[in-house]
Structures are given as C-alpha cells and as structure tokens.
Design a protein around this ligand. Structure first.
Ligand code: ADP
Ligand code: MG
Length: 699
C-alpha cells in the first residue's frame, strides 16, 4: 500500500550504493520496508547511570557519567592504543581505543563531563571499557530515547563500521522519511476489540521506545500481527481444503474391529488410547477427509491405535497402507500386526526396497484387485507402480523422517477422494510449534503410558564413575537383562567418528570377555545390520554397541539399560528417543548418561532435564527454549518458525494461542473472508510469501 516502503534502501539518507550492497548481502535488507521490519533484539535502559565503583564482570552494557582526566598513547608504533583515565565521584576507570585514535584525540575533550556507554570489564581489579560510545553530558540525545535499541549485525558489517548504533541511526532517518506514510494492516474493528496499538505507533515505539509500557504494547501488537496472519492463512487453507475435498465416510463398525476388540486385544486400552480412537472414528465418519497428527511418547501404544484405525477401514471395505521410515521398523510393524490379527483373516503384505520382483508382482496384483487389504512398508510404497484399488487410509509412522513431498505423494494415490491420513510421531512437539508447523492438521495426543510401566531411572555420571557403570552392567546381564551402549556420530560419512564406536566395541570385549556383543552403525549393509539387530532381539547377544541408528522404534523388551557415551554431544530429543529404547518390558530400566567433565551450560541443562523427567512434552519444551524452534526436528521442511521477524514460538505461546483463536473466530464468522471490513486481511494474506506455506497446499 505504502509505496515509499518499497523503495530501494540505497535511497535512504545515510545508506548509498555501497552500504546498500552490504545490507542486502548480510541482512537481506533491500527496501525501506525490510529495514523498518528489522527489529532490535534487545534494549538497554538509558535512564540508569552506574557508578564506577559498582562495575563488576557481571554487568553488561551500562552508562556512566564523568570526566576524562588525560589521554595516553601506549604500546609500540603500529600496535598503539589510546588509554584515557575516566573519573567519577566513586573512582577511576580506563577507556581504551585500538581504532579511530586520531578522531578521539581531535574530538573528545578532557575535563568536560561526558556520558560514556559500553560493556565494561574488570582486569587486575581495574575497571575498563573498550571503544565506549561517548557523548557530551549536556547534549540531549533524541535518537536513543530512553531505551536504546540493539540490532544484530554480522562480522562483515562490523568490519565496515556498520554497527548496531549505525543501524539505529538509519532507523532514525527512516522514521523521518516515512513519517505519516504508514498504513494500518489490521481491520480497525479488530484493533479496537483487541485494544492493539496502531501499527504506525508500534513501529515507532519498537525502534525508539518512550517507556517500557509502550515498548511492550508495541511488541505485542507486532508479534500478534505476525502470528495472526500465519494462523489466518493456515486455517483458511484448511477451510478451503475441507470444502473442496469430501472424505470417505466410514460409518460401519463391523466384524474386524469387534472381533479384534473382544477376542484379540491382549490388554485393556489405556484411557488415552480410547480417547484418541474416538477422535479418529469421529473424523473418519464425518464425511470430511481426516488429517490427523497423533503424538505420543515412545511406548505409549501408538501402533495399536494405528491397527484399530486400519480395522475400521477394512470394516468399510477399504484398503490401508502403513509407511515406516526404515526396513527394520516396517518389518517390525508387519510382524506385530500379523501376530495381533491372527485368525481375523486380514491380508497383509510387506513391501520394502529388498522385496523380490516376483513378490512385488503379487503385491501389485493384490492391491489392484483389492484382495490385499493392508500394505506395510517403507518409501517403496510411494513408487508410482504401487496402485491401490480403493485406498481409504494412509498411516505414516515417525512422520518427521518423511519429507512433505513424500507425504503428498501418498495422498495423491486416489484420483478423486483423498484417503484419510493419520500421521504418528514419537517426537513430541511443543504445542505452540504444532499449532504452526502442523497447523492444518488436527492433533491427538496419547498422554498416558500403559499401566505397570516403571519410570526409567536416569543418572548422569562423569568418567570417574566408569568402573561402577561396568559393575552395574555385569549385575544386569547376570540377571538376564540386555544393554545398549550408544556412541555419538555427528555425520555418518566421517570416518574419524567411527573411532569412538569401534574403540568402544573393542573395550567392551576386553571388559566383558564372556559376553556376546553386537555392533551396528549406519555404514553397515542393511542386511548385516538387520542380522545383528535380530541377534540382539533374540537375546543371543547381551550388549549392543551402536550409533543412533537404533534410535527409531526398535522393540527389545528385555533390554533394560541404555548407556549413552559422550551424552553431552546429543540433542535433547535424541537423548529422549534413545532412552525410549529401554523401559519396554516389565523390569525396572535405567539410562546412564556418561559425559566428560568439561561441558557447556547448555549441555548441562540438557542432561539435568533428562535426569529430572521422563515426560517427552516437557523435554520438548526445554529443547525449544534452548535451541529455538528452527532446529527442532520435524520443523525443517516446513520453513515456518524461523522466518519470524519478531515473534518467538518458544516464548510467545500465549500470543500465538490468542492469534489462533482470533483467526478461528474470524473465519467462523466470515469463512471466505467476503465481508467488506475484512478485505484488508485478504489483501495482506495474498502478500504473505506463498513458499512459506507450500506444505499446506499439498492437498
Ligand atoms: P509406540 O507408541 O512407541 O509406537 P508401541 O505401540 O510400540 O508404542 O507400544 C509399546 C508397547 O506397549 C508394545 O509392546 C505394546 O504391545 C504395549 N501396549 C500398547 N498398548 C498397551 C496397553 N493399553 N496396555 C498394555 N500394553 C500396551
Ligand atoms: Mg512406534
């Protein structure tokens, strides 16, 4: 709307072609708008003055008032620095310059009151500050206002002297250039109803806050708007999809589900499983296409839910496919399902990369004539040659390992009505993230483990306890249990990384000469890997030395100890997944995190979290706080969550919920956004980059 915002940044006073080039390259700032929406990452209160005697190594940026007693040039000819003695009523500190010495000497006067600003440090009991900002104490500085905004820059920008302060100055020039030319981007009725700060005011306050209250209101307004438009987009696409696509209506509950429930179910369903199955049944009977994400911690019993969902599809005369990310997992599902449905008369096949051609042909034929009801498999399911007669349901396990495009291909296996889709993940995603990344899916959560499970006990040990750990392994193996020992592997392609693993394997053989020990890693041939896994599964080996290839889904109920070496090198969600490999049987299970003494604060926090809780959702929240949402597994493909300019999915959960509710209410009232007062929304929705949402339109 506002044309001035589309102007090339080089036309802004203080920029010019050279700086424009840099801003574009380093910060993606090409236009006035880009700069305006380049928000500060922090603010410093400039109403507060410190005294020199109060300086310690824990204060960050501060300002002080005092006078410079004298200057002195120190050091050899071409490595000179300028040192000034700066004094206030409480003491003396040193100001130091390595660059711009000439300018300081010519412009800064001694024995005149100055306000200095910077990050002090204490060295040899003396306070000092390198390259302080200086201003005569009597000058009224309108630019910084009460709070000074700080902007991220890059090394390259700093080399060219484009500092946070310079960007601050550019923001000031920009504010003058666009004064009176900013137009509102939300309908006025919403602004009034939600008591939001008008855009014009918010953009001013966010760069040049007058006081903390106004700053908060400005940030709230801008975060809300950012999240609101994303939610409006996601939810309106969801609306459109639901209108456009009918879904198969599964109204029957018949022989398969009933017989299974009455005769085959080896245990009582947990309350959470029942709740989720009800949600799924409601979806599949509604006449709309189901798109549901099923989240449940490792071991919460998702497979059973998947199977019962499939049985509903069979009862209604449809075929089902179940896709898993690895061959091991696919065949585990296949075996489990065969076992659980024995006697029901359901036809099941397994299709993976290693399925022989002849068998493949049989499978294709069975799918085409409808005699094959359930196909379990890996990526091989996606191939174009795999065609169903009447595919009614697609189940995807461990969803984050599949790309969005792969998911889409499965949806398209039907020409007219798309199959229902159930996506299962054992990597809990914080609620805020799910709302955005999977915002177009409905979410079910299994938040309860089957009864009788003893919580896994977790401990963090340093090297000095290694002997005890071996003792413990011996005890457990003698009691008939099995042990995992996992080594980190940063990249499966780096040879040096295997040293740890192989050394660990040799060491275990020395320490436990009488035990049988398996080893698996990603570089082994799939057949060899499976064979080793199989030995462990059958209890023929007692210790499994492995990389994270064992992370996903393998079920060995007799394994009761998970030892993770160099645990500080793993991410939280990975640690949690690995721990989930034990605690699957009846006996008490343990997870031991071994680490070196030297670990970062962040690593410490991760390990502490693991020791404190077994709750995957709590762990996911901590993970997101530590890493930011962009790195959380499962979000990478979506492209959402890291393009945010001001909102933070880790911290702004409440605003996000508020934005989603607002968008949802609005669409209830005006599903196609046809009302006059909502046209401003339509206009701005169109401008949202579509690439950010490509995943949403895969239907
Ligand atoms: P995940 O959610 O990790 O896929 P699984 O479906 O593999 O979990 O279930 C883990 C184990 O719990 C399996 O051995 C399964 O048979 C068992 N299980 C599932 N549901 C129940 C239940 N309601 N009561 C007891 N055991 C259950
Ligand atoms: Mg599973």
């Amino acid at each position: 709307m506002s044309e001035i915002l589309e102007q090339d940044i080089k036309f802004l006073p203080g920029v010019g072609p050279k700086r424009a080039e840099l801003l574009k390259k380093e910060l993606d700032i090409e236009t006035f708008r880009d700069l305006l929406y380049y928000f500060p990452y922090k603010y410093i209160d400039r109403t507060k003055f410190y005294r020199i005697s109060e300086v310690n190594n824990n204060v960050s940026y501060i300002q002080l008032k005092g006078i410079i007693r004298h200057f002195e040039l120190v050091g050899e000819k071409n490595k000179q620095r300028l040192v000034a003695q700066f004094q206030d009523e409480s003491g003396i500190m040193e100001l130091v310059w390595f660059q711009g010495i000439k300018w300081v000497r010519e412009n800064v006067r001694t024995n005149t009151p100055y306000v200095i600003f910077g990050k002090p440090s204490i060295f040899n009991h003396r306070a000092s500050m390198i390259h302080p900002e200086l201003e005569p104490a009597d000058s009224q500085n309108f630019r910084t206002g009460v709070f000074q905004a700080f902007y991220n820059t890059t090394e390259n920008l700093k080399k060219k002297f484009i500092t946070s302060k310079i960007i601050n100055g550019l923001q000031f020039n920009l504010a003058q250039a666009i004064d009176g030319k900013i137009y509102e981007t939300l309908p006025s009725y919403l602004i009034a109803k939600l008591k939001l700060m008008p855009l014009k005011e918010a953009l001013k306050q966010v760069h040049f806050p007058e006081n903390p209250t106004k700053l908060r209101a400005a940030q709230f307004r801008l975060k809300f708007e950012e999240l609101f438009y994303i939610q409006l987009k996601i939810l309106s696409l969801k609306h459109q999809r639901e209108e456009r696509f009918k879904g198969f209506r599964f109204t029957h509950v018949g022989y398969n589900l009933n017989t299974f429930y009455e005769k085959h179910l080896p245990f009582e369903l947990t309350g959470a499983q029942k709740k989720v199955i009800r949600e799924i049944r409601r979806d599949m009977g509604s006449g709309r296409q189901m798109n549901r994400l099923l989240q449940g911690d490792v071991g919460s019993g998702k497979t059973l839910v998947a199977l019962m969902t499939a049985l509903i599809a069979f009862d209604n005369g449809f075929q089902v496919c179940l896709m898993a990310p690895t061959e091991i997992l696919a065949s585990q599902h296949y075996i489990n399902i065969r076992k659980m449905t024995e006697g029901l008369g359901i036809t099941v096949s397994l299709l993976t990369g290693s399925t022989k051609t002849a068998e493949r042909r049989t499978i294709h034929a069975g799918l085409a004539d409808g005699s094959l009801q359930l196909l379990v498999g890996t990526h091989a399911l996606i191939e174009d040659t795999v065609n169903f007669r009447n595919l009614g349901l697609v189940i995807i396990d461990e969803q984050h390992r599949f790309g969005v495009a792969q998911r889409a291909k499965l949806w398209q296996k039907n020409d007219t009505i798309p199959p229902h889709v159930l996506v299962m993940t054992a990597t809990p995603i914080p609620r805020t993230l799910a709302m955005t990344v999977y915002g177009d899916l409905d979410v079910s959560v299994i938040d309860e483990l089957p009864p009788g499970r003893k919580p896994i006990q977790t401990a963090h040990f340093f090297e000095n306890r290694r002997k005890q750990v071996y003792e413990f392994i011996r005890e457990q193996v003698n009691a008939g249990r099995q042990i995992y020992i996992v080594y980190p592997l940063i990249s499966e392609s780096e040879k040096s990384d295997y040293k740890n693993l192989e050394a660990g394997y040799e060491l275990m053989r020395e320490v436990f000469p009488r035990y049988k020990i398996s080893m698996v890693h990603g570089k082994m041939k799939p057949a060899d890997k499976d064979a080793e896994m199989q030995l462990f599964k059958e209890g023929k080996t007692q210790i499994m030395v492995a990389t994270t290839v064992i992370e996903v889904g393998v079920d060995v109920p007799n394994a009761s100890v998970m030892i993770i070496e160099s645990a500080e090198r793993f991410g939280l969600s990975q640690l949690h997944q690995l721990r989930g490999r034990v605690g699957r049987g009846a006996s008490q299970s343990y997870c031991i995190l071994m680490s070196s003494y030297k670990i970062s604060n962040e690593s410490r926090k991760r390990l502490e979290t693991m020791v404190r809780t077994n709750d995957g959702f709590e762990i996911a929240e901590v993970d997101m706080q530590l890493r930011g949402p962009g790195d959380i597994e499962g979000t990478q493909q979506s492209g959402i969550g890291f393009n945010l300019r001001i909102a933070n999915l880790g911290r702004d959960g409440e605003i996000l919920q508020h934005a989603r509710n607002t968008a949802s209410d609005l669409l209830d009232d005006d599903p196609r956004l046809e009302k006059h007062e909502n046209q401003i929304l339509v206009y701005h929705l169109r401008k949202l980059k579509n690439t950010e949402f490509s995943w949403s339109s895969i239907s």
